[in-house]
Design a protein around this ligand. Sequence first.
Ligand SMILES: *Cc1c(COP(=O)(O)O)cnc(C)c1O
Length: 549
Amino acid sequence: MIKFEPRVGYFSAEIGVSPSIPSYSGGLGVLAGDHVKAAADAGLPLVGVTLLYREGYMNQHVDAVGKQTEEYPPFNPSWLLEKLDIKVSFHINSHTIHLAVWQYWVEGAGGYRVPILFLDSDVPENAPEYRRLCYRLYAGDNQHRLYQEMAMGLGGMAALRAMGYQKSIQVYHMNEGHTAFLTLDLLKSAGGNVKQVQQQCVFTTHTPVPAGHDEFSYESALPALGEYAPENIRELADNHGKLSMTHLALNLSRSVNAVSQLHGEVARKMYPQYAVSDVTNGVHHLSWTARETQHLFDKQMPGWVQEPVELLKINEVPDDALWDAHLENKINLLDYSNAMTQKGLSPNLLTIGFARRAATYKRANLLFYDLERLSEICEGRVQFVFSGKAHPRDEHGKDVIQELYRHIRDLNGRVNVVFLENYNMWLGRLITAGVDVWLNTPLRPNEASGTSGMKAALNGVPSLSVLDGWWNEGCRDGENGWAFGEPAVPSDRSDANALYRVLAEQVIPTFYDDRPAWLQIMREAIKTGVNFTARRMLDDYTSKIYQLK
Ligand SMILES: *Cc1c(COP(=O)(O)O)cnc(C)c1O
């Protein structure tokens, strides 16, 4: 066998390639998984590096009043991953921490395969307090996070070296700041030559919210880092007296990018001293289309798996074929929903979906701003499917779900709203493909990109969304979906009223009274989706960011 020679080292604290490997917690991980899958499709020699979380993506239970509890299903990596015969270690406070490395090959549409390395701290050589280092994502205190990020960056580099992969790597891609300690390893090898390290590194920032960026006090970080911290660490990583992972990545990269055009504008204001470009996110077309959608595409536009641009021919697909495939997807969702909730959703009603992590800025409850108005507009005409998880330690996120349950109770059946528990990749696809309209209500400009709406679009499901993230560039209002809200001065009140207006005046009448127009909107949604595939994203990274020799 020819030895695999990666040219890109892709580091991400989460990589979610399969619902069966719980090494992700939400959008960032799903995006990273799609990035790796697109590399495999495109035949790009990339190696993914991440941590192995034995207690990663949790199972959610929500009780009758909306209280979320979590459990972590047992995950044994040997079920799906191959344990490599290498020994890897790094130092915390001059203690040696050992890591096992597990490899998983992702196979692309053309049969090309790229590996992901999962770093695992649960080895007998480690002291008990370090064995659980990589058990959970974003768990524990700040120090625990510091240690995890050291495992990610420093352990990750050690793993690449042990595999001989670092010899051929031309570019290290830091997907979010969690991975930035890899630069300290590179600096050491480069004898402290900052320019040389910058030539090797590129950085993608994902969050417009300052609180989303990890920072550590030098008091805790410097002893832990020990020999890894160069003398000029404060020059390289400082932000207001703290060691900032984002600033470390910014200072040691030749390229920095945001994840949508609008996020680019925000990030350029956040980091005026840096040249921030943007590459809008995308989703892996084969992973996020439902079975019936795939059958339709296979029959009508063969070749779409290898070349998603084939889907631009959707105008030639007859109305009946498109509608029948959609209806099958819808029935699959409603069958599941009715089995889980006994709320009797009907395939004849306009069905609107909302499913994502319960973070407050996503405003899952905006729809319920005025229950009276909502009932007047939707009673007997529109039904809603909701789903979403709060991070186990996010009390505000958990409150969002409880509030949603209160609204559902107060609606008293006038509008049928179901909540499906245990949102995950599988349910995400079922919902994004099975509803008629995808609802997205973030407080602009907090949604850096958002990807669920792209998943919906590829299945012919138009978005009804605030002009934030990807939709700010993807929307052609009234043609491929709808926009609402005042972009300049968003508020819950004005956004909710705008949402009701668009629902009542455009979405509902078109759905019930003008089916040909509706089908054309579905086709335009699919064409828009082609622009937001992981393939397009990867092509952009390859041509604009990686610039491989
Ligand atoms: C797609 C997806 C996400 C990300 O959704 P956003 O729209 O970016 O919030 C999160 N979790 C799961 C399980 C997903 O499938």
